[in-house]
Design a protein around this ligand. Structure first.
Ligand SMILES: Nc1nc2c(ncn2[C@@H]2O[C@H](COP(=O)(O)OP(=O)(O)OP(=O)(O)O)[C@@H](O)[C@H]2O)c(=O)[nH]1
Length: 261
């Protein structure tokens, strides 16, 4: 008996959502890795469909972490600031290439006095979303410290990183362009994928979370294939590679399992 509600129709991903900026992307391939597509077609994704992937959202107080999650999960926006005390989380169910996939989005407190409670929940993250306010350069400067803290509890070689500028609606195009330059530099340095969003208008929010879901799913399926020994000689999977701008790269050798795949 399936006790879970069906996946919402607007959470179905049939294609790989694209990055925002090619200069700071986890990878820039147009499609899912062929081995992932192939595994999904052949129902060889192992436990991926039953797993829940943990995603943590960190960053300075009041940068808009809660609003970002609420815009995506509940399509709401609250203009009044209520500090997150410790942590909170939302579950989101997707269907990626026909396979169910769940993300647990952990909203953590940015306020110093709640930080020690929040940091106890950092462990086991598959993706880290570091949020800064596009209108506050200090919040961008602090992202490296947030990342360092989050990585203390996680495996830096396998976790996917996203650097997200929030409150885009509050910047003029000129202000935004200036901030984006700095943010792209930070994203490249820390090997994170860069996004800019507005939870007020909803700009890029859905696109961003779809990208998080897709890349986390892809990494999970590749890891599952590797674990199950399905990896063939000649395939190379490098996560967080130093290879140009591709932080998450994998060989594009034609899979033998899916002719033409
Ligand atoms: N204009 C605008 N305001 C925003 C946006 N996102 C958040 N805010 C406002 O910024 C304030 C803080 O938002 P929160 O989402 O609570 O911030 P937070 O990062 O979760 O804060 P902590 O829980 O203290 O860490 C609130 O008053 C929001 O209404 C946005 O995209 N645009």
């Amino acid at each position: 008996m399936n006790l879970l509600a069906p996946v919402r129709r607007d959470r179905v991903l049939a294609e790989l959502p694209q990055c925002l900026r090619k200069e700071a992307a986890l990878h820039v391939h147009k499609d899912f890795h062929p081995r992932v597509t192939c595994a999904c077609q052949e129902h060889r994704t192992g436990t991926v469909g039953f797993k829940i992937s943990k995603v943590i959202v960190v960053g300075d107080l009041s940068v808009g972490k809660t609003c970002l999650i609420n815009r995506f999960c509940k399509d709401t926006f609250d203009k009044n600031y209520k500090a997150t005390i410790g942590v909170d989380f939302e579950m989101e169910r997707f269907e990626v290439l026909g396979v169910p996939f769940s993300l647990q989005l952990w909203d953590t407190a940015g306020q110093e006095r709640f930080k020690c409670i929040a940091s106890t929940y950092y462990r086991g993250a598959q993706a880290i979303i570091i949020v800064f306010n596009l209108n506050d350069v200090a919040s961008l400067e602090h992202t490296k410290q947030w990342l360092a803290d989050a990585l203390k509890e996680n495996d830096p070689s396998s976790v996917l990183l996203f650097l997200v500028g929030s409150k885009k609606d509050l910047s003029t195009p000129a202000q935004y362009a200036l901030m984006e330059k700095d943010a792209l530099k930070v994203a490249q340095e820390i090997k994170a994928e860069y996004w800019a969003v507005s939870s007020l208008s909803g700009e890029n929010v859905r696109e961003f979370f779809f990208r998080v879901a897709a890349l986390t799913f892809e990494a999970n399926v590749l890891a599952e294939l590797e674990k199950s020994g399905a990896r063939r000689i000649g395939d190379v999977v490098r996560i967080n590679s130093d290879d140009s701008n591709l932080y998450l790269t994998a060989s594009r050798k034609k899979p033998t399992c899916c002719p033409g795949g």
